[in-house]
Design a protein around this ligand. Structure first.
Ligand SMILES: [Zn+2]
Length: 347
């Protein structure tokens, strides 16, 4: 069976040459490395080396090997591989997971960091992984997640008619704030979380702190000014945070950055993008992503393209937010009473 696997696809598919190569071998005898990269031959005889170069040399010292140069003519195998480079560099890497406990582990890792909902979890998993029943398994997992069940209660809002705030077109112009108070006291002396949300990108920062009466007073003032939507957004965030705290009672402040990352990494339902995409254009690698180096296209891209694409995202987000607000208002108003106030009324 090993023989068959070694000679059939996908083992023989060419790798991505834009990525660094890691070759692990347990051969204890000296081995010979053939390369058409002549400079590598002089690896050990360099006088001046950069810090990066030096760390590679130090790493390679662990292995006994000899580098031999083979020109393109004699090294036909390598040459054939090099020529396929342009075709292969655009391949998108999606790991297919076989039917085993690894699937549940992947879902657990991606969902458990921030307890984002079904759609957002599915999107996170599908970015890097594939298997035929992926939809069903993600849905089942999120439905059965105990943390989500306990803390994601439905929002009840029997207040006034929903008055939407103006739709924005740029990140970090208008922010909303919230406080999650009276959590278990941690060893770092924190018992509350200060939540800051950018209303455009929905990028969120969680800042742990120790409650003081001042903060409570600010919170009370703030809540008089708030609109229904912000309150609802923050309530679900509060639930999410209480969920994460519940798992780590004494050290939740250490886990907060993970929750924050998960929240900003997952696609937001209202904007249609992840907060990272809207603010930075780039989606950072998650903890389960296998590729160790950042995407090279980002380094070599032109600034003007970067700006254009970011502008496109911002326009799309603006349109999506408008759509979401219209939809939200229709649904919200159906459940609420219309109240008229006269000057002098007590409210
Ligand atoms: Zn959950």
């Amino acid at each position: 069976e090993i023989k068959e696997r070694l000679t059939t696809a996908p083992i023989l598919v060419l790798p991505d040459f834009q990525q660094p190569f890691e070759l692990h071998s347990d051969a204890s005898k000296e081995c010979i490395l053939y390369t058409d990269h002549e400079a590598l031959k002089h690896l050990h005889s360099q006088d001046k080396v950069s810090a990066r170069h030096a760390s590679w040399v130090a790493y390679l010292e662990h292995f006994t090997f000899v580098v031999k140069h083979k020109s393109g003519v004699t090294n036909r195998v390598v040459d054939a591989l090099s020529r396929r480079r342009s075709v292969l560099s655009r391949m998108i890497v999606e790991l297919c997971i076989p039917d085993c406990s690894l699937r549940a582990h992947v879902i657990q890792q991606l969902h458990g960091k921030g307890h984002v909902g079904r759609e957002r979890t599915l999107h996170l998993v599908q970015t890097s992984y594939f298997w035929p029943t992926i939809h069903k398994e993600v849905e089942k997992y999120v439905q059965r997640c105990k943390v989500c069940q306990v803390f994601n209660g439905t929002a009840t809002n029997a207040g006034l008619l929903y008055m939407p705030l103006p739709i924005l077109s740029q990140p970090w112009v208008d922010i909303s704030m919230d406080f999650v108070l009276d959590l278990p006291l941690t060893q770092q002396d924190n018992d509350s979380i200060y939540v800051v949300v950018d209303r455009f990108s929905n990028m969120t920062h969680f800042i742990p702190y120790k409650k003081t009466t001042d903060v409570v007073r600010v919170a009370q003032l703030y809540f008089r000014e708030t609109d229904g939507q912000t309150e609802v957004v923050n309530r679900s965030l509060g639930n999410l945070l209480r969920g994460s705290v519940g798992e780590h009672v004494k050290s939740w402040d250490h886990k907060l950055s993970q929750t924050e990352f998960a929240h900003n990494h997952a696609v937001n339902r209202s904007t249609g993008f992840s907060a990272f995409q809207v603010v930075y254009f780039v989606t950072p690698k998650g903890p389960l992503d296998l590729l160790p180096v950042p995407d090279k296209t980002r380094v070599h891209g032109k600034a003007i393209d970067f700006i254009h694409r970011l502008q496109e995202i911002h326009e799309a987000v603006h349109n999506n937010l408008e759509k979401a607000a219209r939809k939200y208002k229709t649904v919200a108003d159906r459940r609420r009473r219309h109240l008229d106030f006269e000057v002098g009324d007590f409210v």
